[in-house]
Structure formats: structure tokens, C-alpha cells
Write a protein that binds this ligand. Structure first.
Ligand SMILES: *Cc1c(COP(=O)(O)O)cnc(C)c1O
Length: 227
């Protein structure tokens, strides 16, 4: 059984290979290790192997791992569904939120971001393959939502995120990622300054990198299957 450190290195190698294959700038794709549901020792092991960015889906579930790395120089990214009654804790404890899909949630996060902390770095989650899930803003609403979120003082809008329906074929995997990139380009051409595309997971990170991902979110291929 490979260790978490060895699996991390394999994923890093896949990212480097894909950057080369698709003529991306070396080092332009960041790895977010999705640690949801894993034991605290697992994030400690990944941290000791050099991983400094961790993604979590659920507030309560994240707490033991955040405690295990308290004080360490790590970034915590919230990537799960976000309800109004959880925004305060997320605004206080996390560095990034990838899953904003409503102005109401964005406003609360902005108001609740503690003074003295840098703005919360955020992405808008886009519902790119509508049949898969209801999470995410409809692409047709982005042109209104993005500038509104970009104007909130406690937040820094960095880009877009998607979680498309799984597809087996490489070309099919690329389609929703290409769509997300085009939506991002459209927002940039309207004057928004966005530099982040959060897309690609264990099974499709190469397709996402081919289409311009700047953050890939990988759980299973680092930590093993979840219960
Ligand atoms: C769980 C999860 C991931 C990681 O998925 P893997 O297939 O385990 O790599 C990435 N993004 C989000 C939003 C997730 O919920």
C-alpha cells in the first residue's frame, strides 16, 4: 500500500505531466487536497509531505483536522454546500470558499469576515451540467451575481468553480471545463479581474488542466476511498 506521501507525489507528477502536455506554465496548477471525512492523522501526514492546502465540505466534520493542524501554515478551503446558519463559522475559520452560489450567502460571509483578516478568497460555483446536481448558480445568472459579489468588501472574488457530472471519456470530461473557462473569459471581458478556475478531481484532473484549471481538488487519489 503506497503511503499518503507517495500518493501525493503521484498526483503532483500527474499535474506536472498535464501542465507539460497542454502547454500550461509549469507550476500554474495548484493542488487542493480534499481531506473531508479523513482521520486527523491523514492531514498531518499530507502536511509533513509538503501539502499546505486542504479542502473541506462540512463544517463539523472539518473541526478535528483543523485542530490537528492548528497554528501550521496551511490554507483551508471550504468547498461544500453552504447554508446561512454556517456562514459565520466559515467566514471565521476558512481562507477560501469555492461554493458560493447566492448573493445572500456572499453578503453574510462578507459581513461576518473578522476585521483584521484578509478578505475571504471566493469562487462562484456554477451549475454547469444541470442534470447532475442543483448546486451552483445557473450560467445565465453569472453576469449579475459576479459583479455583485466582487463589490463586497469582505470578499475577494477570484473565479469560478464547477463539479460536473462524471464522464468516462476524456473529450466528454473536457466539455464542461471548457464551458466554465468560457464563462470566466466572458466575465473578464466585462472587466472583472478573475484568475482562478477551480475544476478537476481525482478522475478528471488532466481534462481540467487541459481546459485551464488553476486549482484541482483531489481527495480519493491522495487519501484513498471515503467510507
Ligand atoms: C469530494 C470532493 C472532491 C474530491 O473528489 P475526489 O473524486 O475524491 O478526488 C472535489 N471537489 C468537491 C466539491 C468534492 O466534494
Amino acid at each position: 500500500m503506497p503511503t499518503i506521501g507517495e500518493k501525493l507525489e503521484q498526483v503532483r507528477q500527474r499535474i506536472r505531466n498535464a501542465e507539460r502536455e497542454y502547454t500550461r506554465i509549469p507550476g500554474s496548477v495548484q493542488l487542493l487536497a480534499v481531506s473531508k471525512t479523513m482521520p486527523p492523522e491523514a492531514v498531518r501526514e499530507a502536511f509533513d509531505a509538503g501539502q499546505t492546502r486542504f479542502g473541506e465540505n462540512y463544517l463539523q466534520d472539518a473541526a478535528p483536522r483543523m485542530r490537528a493542524l492548528a497554528g501550521a501554515a496551511v490554507e483551508w478551503h471550504f468547498i461544500g454546500p453552504l447554508q446561512s446558519n454556517k456562514t459565520r463559522a466559515v467566514a471565521e475559520r476558512f481562507d477560501w470558499v469555492h461554493s458560493i452560489d447566492r448573493l445572500k450567502i456572499a453578503r453574510r460571509l462578507s459581513e461576518q469576515r473578522p476585521a483584521g483578516r484578509p478578505p475571504l478568497q471566493v469562487c462562484l460555483q456554477v451549475n454547469i451540467s444541470t442534470e447532475a446536481t442543483k448546486a451552483g448558480v445557473d450560467p445565465s445568472e453569472l453576469a449579475d451575481l459576479a459583479p455583485a459579489v466582487a463589490g463586497l468588501p469582505g470578499l475577494c472574488l477570484r473565479g469560478l468553480m464547477c463539479l460536473p457530472a462524471p464522464a468516462a471519456e476524456f473529450d466528454a470530461q473536457r466539455q464542461p471545463f471548457r464551458r466554465l473557462r468560457e464563462l470566466q473569459e466572458a466575465l473578464c471581458s466585462r472587466g472583472l479581474n478573475l484568475d482562478t478556475l477551480s475544476m478537476g478531481m481525482s478522475a478528471d484532473l488532466e481534462a481540467a488542466i487541459a481546459e485551464g484549471a488553476t486549482i484541482v481538488r483531489v481527495g480519493t487519489d491522495i487519501f484513498g476511498p471515503r467510507a
